[in-house]
Design a protein around this ligand. Structure first.
Ligand SMILES: Nc1nc2c([nH]c(=O)n2[C@H]2C[C@H](O)[C@@H](COP(=O)(O)OP(=O)(O)OP(=O)(O)O)O2)c(=O)[nH]1
Ligand SMILES: [Mg+2]
Length: 135
């Protein structure tokens, strides 16, 4: 049977001066109360990169001007399976603010592994720390 629906999500790792932007998920959302990389579901009529640009504008009011694919990962939560399409956002216009009232924070890449992120995000943190803190 092919009844498992995978939810395709575009996620932005927004980097500025060795720090990364996190947003707090609402307590009633899936994975609520955890800090996320801003992003959201890819709609039927768009590519993941288009969804990224739309979501980052809707959620944190920035216009992405440079984004590159970092990795894709699928993760099965007990209640749903997500396919995260993760982009490194290295240039953008505007100063981020939480347009939906959500708190935002900039964190050092070295600090990322001590923050409560959604369970699926562990490989992203590993990759970022390897990539930026290698030397
Ligand atoms: N944005 C985001 N979502 C993540 C991360 N890690 C992770 O497992 N997810 C999951 C949680 C959700 O099940 C899904 C993203 O859904 P979402 O709630 O952000 O979707 P959306 O912005 O389109 O929101 P909505 O309109 O459906 O409320 O992906 C992450 O770092 N960032
Ligand atoms: Mg979202």
């Amino acid at each position: 049977m092919n009844s498992i629906k995978v939810i395709h999500v575009a996620v932005g790792v927004i980097v500025r001066q060795q720090q990364i932007l996190l947003a707090l998920r609402g307590s009633k959302q899936h994975q609520g109360g955890k800090w996320e990389f801003p992003g959201g579901k890819v709609e039927a009529d768009e590519t993941a990169q288009q969804a990224l640009i739309r979501e980052l504008y809707e959620e944190v009011a920035i216009t992405v001007t440079q984004s590159d694919s970092l990795m894709q990962l699928e993760y099965a939560y007990p209640e749903k399976t997500v396919l995260l399409d993760i982009y490194l956002v290295t240039a953008f216009d505007g100063e981020p603010h939480g347009r939906e009232g959500q708190p935002l924070r900039w964190v050092d890449i070295a600090e990322l592994d001590s923050i409560e992120l959604p369970d699926a995000n562990q490989p992203i943190v590993q990759r970022l720390q390897q990539y930026y803190l290698a030397q």
